[in-house]
Design a protein around this ligand. Structure first.
Ligand SMILES: [Zn+2]
Length: 476
């Protein structure tokens, strides 16, 4: 499949067209579509019942909805009343709890418009009108929980309390509340006037512009034919890692004219190798690890351009802010990769460095806040889940090279912890030893296609955009 064909397929025919190629495992993971599950179950949601006292059906705070207690009122207005262990059976109670779930779904649907905005069901409090000797409240509240899981799948699994009550309003058999996490509201930020322009430079490299600032991420343009793995038709010189590093400055000049900031995820050559030249040429401020900054010092980049960070910083600049998120490197070499080397002021580095002196030096991720939109950048196929918690970007540049397959549940953990971002753009998936314009078919098939399929199942509302070298993606 050619690069162009693949793009055409994605752009014009939508993602479902490639579903016939889903492998068995992916097919088992059914698309998340709670409204379709309701139709399959033959359930029509009633209009939500009006609150009967001085309260509201539910309150939203941030991304959580707390619902008021509802009971087993049927569509015809009748209500299951009675005490478990005295007047009604567990089966009747179970059916009443199931009806209560339908009533709570009606409240959520009314608030959200579509139940697919539910990210997950967090907590359920089930109260059962119980005779003092009745102890099987969980069996009754299962009527609620079972329907919730039927509708929301894995995302419906919740924490729960099922307790007995001496009496409930009007003698209703159960009363149940729930707490639900939902997708962020269409933020005011997404309606900003300036579009965000992202141009893919290959590897983990990007140029991002919002009309105020031009930010480069790991701008690696030279695409040196390094250490084998190049293309037989590429007659550029072949370099070994022990040779002196070079940059293709003519090519860089034809692509990069201006930069205000350069964010560097880590020090490997395919991330940092062109930064000395670009930093000197543009005068851009560079943000990276101490090892990265030490390399740039060796190349004589002026101190006022250099920002060494450790992870955890959150820096405000004019019209732009950057949160530095600690991270870890891809599990290279079949998970045997681990490089603790670091550079600092004690290190004796003399430019130009050899390719193999571009050490990782620790890894970072960046949350870049542009005018109105946030972009979470990745330079590796790995992340520290706890460090990413609560970071829900508008755009995720998701590292998806093949080494991610050595990690536990990578795609799902990544898309979940980042809050199922509205826009997901795969990065670092190409063969960066091939010049621009060469076919990336092998890496598209190996890296992109499986990720696009997985993303469609895990996060169906994320728009996955396949980047093409040097083409600009516009995010409105
Ligand atoms: Zn690397």
């Amino acid at each position: 499949m050619t690069n162009h064909f693949f793009r055409t397929l994605l752009c014009t025919a939508a993602l479902f067209l490639i579903n016939p190629t889903l492998d068995a495992a992916a097919q088992e993971q059914r698309a998340y579509d709670p409204e379709a599950r309701l139709v399959e179950l033959g359930i029509t949601l009633p209009p939500p019942a009006k609150p009967v006292a001085n309260y509201v059906n539910a309150v939203r705070t941030g991304n959580l909805i707390f619902t008021a207690g509802k009971g087993p009122r049927g569509a015809d207005g009748t209500e299951l009343r009675g005490k478990l262990g005295a007047d009604i059976t567990i089966e009747q109670g179970y059916a009443g709890a199931r009806q209560t779930a339908i009533n709570q779904l009606a409240v959520l649907k009314d608030m959200l418009g579509n139940l697919d905005r539910v990210v997950r069901v967090v907590k359920v409090l089930g109260m059962v009108n119980s005779d003092p000797n009745f102890t099987e409240q969980p069996a009754v509240i299962n009527g609620f929980s079972d329907l919730i899981v039927e509708v929301f799948g894995e995302r419906g699994r919740h924490g729960r309390s099922a307790v007995g009550m001496a009496s409930l309003p009007r003698g209703q058999a159960v009363e149940i509340e729930m707490i639900v996490e939902v997708q962020p509201e269409e933020s005011a930020t997404m309606s900003s006037t300036n579009p965000l322009l992202l141009r893919y430079l290959g590897a983990a490299g990007w140029e991002i512009k919002d009309g105020n600032v031009t930010v480069l991420i790991d701008p690696y343009i030279s695409r040196i034919k390094l250490g084998g793995g190049g293309h037989p038709d590429d007659n550029r010189p072949d370099y070994e890692r022990s040779e002196t590093a070079v940059s293709d400055t003519l090519l860089i000049d034809s692509i990069i004219q201006k930069a205000d900031f350069i964010l560097v995820h880590h020090g490997h050559f395919d991330h940092l190798g062109d930064v000395p030249y670009i930093a000197r040429k543009t005068g851009a401020k560079v943000i990276g690890t101490e090892s990265t900054i030490t390399i740039l010092r060796a190349y004589g980049i002026p101190e006022e351009q250099l920002y060494a960070v450790g992870g955890g910083e959150d820096y405000q600049f004019d019209n732009f802010s950057i949160r530095v998120v600690p991270s870890i490197h891809s599990a290279l070499n079949e998970k045997h990769y681990h490089d603790t080397r670091r550079y600092n002021s004690e290190s004796e580095l003399k430019a130009p460095l050899r390719f193999d002196q571009f050490i990782e030096g620790g890894s970072l991720t960046f949350l870049a806040r542009f005018e109105g939109k946030t972009v979470l950048t990745m330079g590796s196929m790995n992340f520290l889940e706890r460090e990413m918690e609560g970071i829900h970007p508008d755009v995720l540049l998701a590292g998806i090279n093949g080494s991610r397959l050595g990690l536990y549940n990578y795609d799902e953990r990544l898309l979940t912890v980042t809050g199922f971002p509205p826009v997901v753009i795969p990065t670092h998936w190409d063969n960066f030893r091939l010049p621009y314009g060469y076919s990336q078919e092998a890496n598209i098939d190996r890296n992109l296609v499986p990720f696009v399929e997985a993303s469609a199942a895990i996060s169906p509302h994320s728009k996955v955009i396949i980047p093409v070298h040097l083409e600009t993606i516009t995010i409105q």
